[in-house]
Structure formats: C-alpha cells, structure tokens
Design a protein around this ligand. Structure first.
Ligand code: FAD
Length: 533
C-alpha cells in the first residue's frame, strides 16, 4: 500500500481548515443577523400599553458627558410597569445565547454612557406613567413617585402639602431612579445622609422580569442591593421617599478662606454640631478675577467697603457655602435664625471681609443650578463634553490630597466648579451597594469640568482628561483610600478593586437578581453570558 504524498495531505488539511472557517464564520454571521434582525419582530409582538421605537434611537445614545455614543436597537417608551416587566421577561426567556441587554435611561445625565445599551433596549423611564405622584401626610410623611420622575417635580408636588424631601442633589433635573442607583449627595447629606438613606420602599423589576416590592422589612436584600447599585439588580419603577415639613425661605451664605487647613477644620466643626446649618458645602476657587464683584448680583457683602478691596486674582481660595432654612411668617423664628447664624459664624475663622449673604425662597435655593443651566444653554455651552471626576476622600488624607491637587496639579484654572465638602459616614447605610471610604468622615470632591469642543489647549478635552488621570494616579500611588463616586472603570479588575471586600456580595447579588447580566450594560461591570467570578 502506498502512502499519499506529504504535500497532498497538507493541501487537503489546508482546504479542510478553509472550508471549516468559512462555514464557522458564516454560522456566526447568520446567528448574529438572525438575532439582530429578529429583535424588532419579537419585541414588536409583545403586548404593551406603551410602544417601541426602532428608528429614532439616537437620543438614547447621548448623555450629559457627551463623550460616549452607543446606539441601541430599540427604545421602549413604557406606559406601565408591566411594559417593563414583559420586555425584560421576554429577554430573560431568550436566554444567554441572545446578546440583548437593557438599560434604564433616567434623564440621560450620566457621564460615560452608563445609561446606554449598545444594540440593546433602552427604557426611557420618563415615559413611565404609573399611578400619579401621591403625597401622604401624617407623622412620618412620604411621597410615592415613579422611578422616572424628576426631583424638581417631586419638590413642587410635596410643597403643595407643606412638605419636602430631606436630601437632595445640587441639580434637580435628575430622575429618582438615576440618583438612587448612585447615592444622591449634596449639602444636606452630612445631616440626613444621601438620598439612598431617605427611601422607605421601592418597586423593582429584576433582571428576570419579576416585579418585587422591597423595603427594610420585606425583600430587604433586594432593597439594599438596588440602592447605590448602579442599575445592576433591577429597574426602580416606584420609590417611596421620606418627607419633612418644608421651610419657605433660606439664608444663603458664602465666606472665603485662603488656607485649606482652616477651611477644612471649620467645615468639619460645622458638620459635627447637633444644631448647625441645614446645608454645608464648599468649593475651590482657582485664579479668578473679580470674583466678589461677580457674587454681588446675587449676594450682598456684609461689609461692602472691605469686600471691594479684596483681590482673588492669581490665588487659590476656598469658599465655604452654607444655608439655613426658615419660615418667613413666624417673626420670632426669623429673629432666632439670625441669632443662630451669628452664633455659628462667630465660631469660624474665615477672611472677615469676605462674608456674603443672600435670602432666597426654598425653591430658588434648591433649583439654583438650573439658573446656570439656562445661561449655559443659551450660549451653547451646556452640550459640550463633561469629563467630570467625582471622588470620596477619607478625612485623614484630605490634606495630602489638597496639597498635591490644588498646590501642584490644578494651579492655573479648574475648567469648571470644584466642589469639596465633608459628610458623616454614620448617615450612610453600609448594607446598600454604595461604596465609600472606611472612615467616619469623608469628603466629596467633584471636578465638574467642561471642555471646549475641538480645543487643543488647557480647556480642551485631552488636557482635562490628562489632569484627571494625574489626580487618579496620585491617589493610587499615595494610597489615599479614595473611592470614585459615579464610578467609571474599563476592566473587571478595577471594579473588584473599587468594591474591595464588598465585591463578593455584589457578585452574589448580581447572580440572584440579574443572573444573565441583562441590566445596565453601560456600567461595564459584567458582560452578558460571561460567567461572573
Ligand atoms: P441616568 O444617567 O439616565 O442613569 C444613571 C444610571 O442609573 C444608569 O446606569 C441607568 O441605567 C441607571 N438607571 C436610571 N434610571 C434607573 C431606574 N429607574 N432604575 C434602575 N436604574 C436606573 N449627583 C449627586 O449625587 N449629587 C449632585 O449634586 C449631582 N449633581 C449633578 C448635576 C448635574 C448638572 C448632572 C448632569 C449630574 C449631577 N449628578 C449629581 C449626577 C447624577 O446623580 C447622575 O448623573 C445620575 O446618573 C442621575 O442622572 P439620570 O437621572 O439622568 O440617570
């Protein structure tokens, strides 16, 4: 028997491999095409109160960050909770061979595509028309709202009953589901905790399409998972927000410091007091010309002559921002508030000539960022790239951070506001998914930068991103124990490091409530059909 020649065998093998590869690749293409092209028809067949759109999907590929754009295959405009549940159940039943994912989109104010779903389904939460917003008065008042409701609407509705939510974000055109998926932090958080500490109950659609009501007492694991859970465990369709009696007026105060240590000491002192201001924040001012003159449009200097001599040019200054709430119609209270403010201010060590005061309505105070939004929009400066960086910094490391960042990295300009204020960890519930540093007090430092489109200078995107990178690298190298807020990472290793010892529980929760990793793919923590570990 003659053996075939070696070259003939080799040729046959090559031919076989080629044929195999062609068949294999066309199978993948066929499967993908089948999947993608059959998506609309299977979704179209779902019985819904609302509807899907498949063509006009560009708006769901945009967010406030203006840097990431992932087109979805479809947008669901739900009119009922069952629209959301049916859609997710349908995708869950398609199993792991379907790559379809689902992202809830609040107001699309994410910064890095967190509410987008590449070739997936985006649920436009603002379309959800559940039961009307309902305020309950009584000893422990609360309001029941849809997950897609804007906080500004909740403010207006609860004020009709003389009530208000306790904890806010600085900007109110954000949705309940969007901020509760992160934390919701502002100048009230030192006293009331973040927004996730002020929720009594949630209605959630899990990654399997189940509709579950949860609270501290019922389905508490799901309740805590979802709060601060980055949209990973379920879609918040309703929330019960705790309320308190509302003030109608606010004394709004700003004072300046040139020394960071004194500024931080005063902030920490104020947040430690039982009777203190109702709102405590602060911000960094880098090399601003005519700063106090600009404030005069909305604030009055306590001492106009001394204030007019103050120069901010070329300096780094720290502004402590405070607010005290009161009711105008009770004259004895107004008197008492003035007295309390004087007493509190007398304990602080700011530059005396820089005391500025203002009196505004409660709504004007809470909705203050909207005034800037309107101005920026009119100049076309709202829809620019926003390479924001938000960090939680342990109290023991804030001085190292300030020395390096405000002394070396950000010296010329900040390209936007830089907020800095401490909060009390005791007001955060560590059963939620939110990640914070391990100390009793930590600072929120928010670099709220705007980039000038197509600029290659210090106000351009590249420059700001490099600066952010320098800040993060410094934090890492100096082992500051910093945690990102509104976190953004590109690898699972980084997510593991972010969660630290809480990673295991985060993964367990994911496999319990969204085992196929259908939800919130834009966070880039888990990938559909790739097992978690
Ligand atoms: P989206 O950006 O649409 O969604 C955010 C994430 O939550 C996504 O992963 C999304 O899939 C998920 N999600 C959305 N809705 C739901 C839902 N119903 N159920 C489950 N998951 C959901 N944050 C603060 O804490 N404090 C501030 O002071 C503050 N100020 C801000 C000011 C401005 C001008 C902007 C643009 C943002 C600010 N933020 C602040 C950040 C804000 O909390 C986040 O942008 C957050 O994402 C809320 O935005 P959104 O409602 O548009 O949610």
């Amino acid at each position: 028997m003659r053996y075939p020649q070696l070259s003939f065998v080799r040729q046959n093998n090559i031919l076989f491999i080629r044929v195999f590869m062609i068949l294999f690749l066309s199978c993948i293409a066929f499967r993908n095409n089948l999947c993608l092209s059959s998506i609309p028809s299977t979704l179209k067949a779902l019985p819904l109160d609302g509807h899907f759109t498949f063509d006009e999907v560009h708006f769901a590929a945009k967010d406030f960050g203006n840097r990431y754009q992932f087109l979805p295959a479809a947008i669901l405009h739900p009119k009922s909770v069952s629209d959301i549940a049916n859609t997710i159940k349908h995708i869950w039943q398609m199993g792991s061979h379907s790559e379809l994912t689902v992202a809830a989109r609040g107001h699309g104010h994410s910064l890095q595509g967190q509410s987008q779903a590449h070739h997936g389904v985006v649920i436009s939460m603002e379309s959800l028309q559940g039961p009307e917003m309902q305020v309950y008065t009584g000893n422990s008042p609360y309001v029941d709202v849809s997950g897609g409701e804007l906080w500004i609407n909740i403010l207006h509705e609860s004020l009709k009953y003389g009530l208000t939510p306790k904890s806010w974000t600085d900007y109110l055109r954000l949705t309940v589901g969007g901020t509760l998926s992160n934390a919701g932090v502002s100048g009230q958080a030192f006293q009331h905790g973040p927004q996730i500490s002020n929720v009594n109950q949630l209605e959630v659609v899990t990654g399997k399409g189940d509709v579950v009501t949860c609270s501290e007492k019922h389905n508490s694991d799901l309740f805590h998972s979802v709060l601060g859970g980055l949209g990973q465990f379920g879609i918040i369709t309703r929330a019960r927000i705790s309320l308190e009696p509302a003030p109608d007026m606010v004394k709004w105060i700003r004072v300046l410091y040139s020394d960071f240590a004194t500024f931080a000491r005063d902030q920490e002192h104020l947040i430690s007091l039982r009777r203190t201001f109702d709102y405590i924040e602060g911000f960094v001012i880098i090399n601003r010309t005519g700063l106090l003159n600009n404030w005069r449009s909305s604030f009055n200097p306590q001492d106009p002559v001394q204030a007019s001599h103050f120069k901010s040019d070329g300096r780094t200054l720290f502004c402590l921002e405070l607010a005290k709430y009161f009711n105008q119609d009770k004259s004895d209270v107004v008197h008492q508030v003035r007295h309390e403010i004087e007493h509190l201010l007398s304990q602080l060590d700011y530059i005396t000539s820089t005391l500025f005061l203002s009196e505004v309505t409660y709504i004007e105070f809470l909705d203050r960022v909207h005034v800037s939004e309107v101005k920026l929009r009119s100049k076309g400066l709202w829809e620019v790239p926003h390479p924001w960086l938000n960090l939680f910094i342990p109290r023991s490391k804030i001085h190292n951070f300030a020395d390096e960042v405000f002394g070396n990295i950000l010296t010329e300009t900040s390209n936007g506001p830089v907020l800095i204020y401490p909060v009390n960890k005791s007001k955060w519930d560590n059963r939620t998914s939110a990640i914070t540093p391990e100390e009793d007090t930590f600072y929120l430092v928010a670099f709220l930068t705007s980039a000038v489109p197509s600029s290659t200078g210090t106000d351009g995107l590249e420059h700001i991103l490099t600066q952010n990178k320098r800040i993060l690298e410094y934090c890492e190298k100096a082992h500051l124990g910093v945690k990102q807020y509104l976190p953004h990472y590109t690898t699972q290793e980084e997510w593991r490091a972010h969660f630290g010892p809480r990673w295991e529980i985060f993964v367990q929760r994911k496999s319990a409530y969204d085992p196929l990793a259908v939800l919130a793919p834009g966070q880039r923590i888990f990938q559909k059909a790739i097992p978690f570990s």
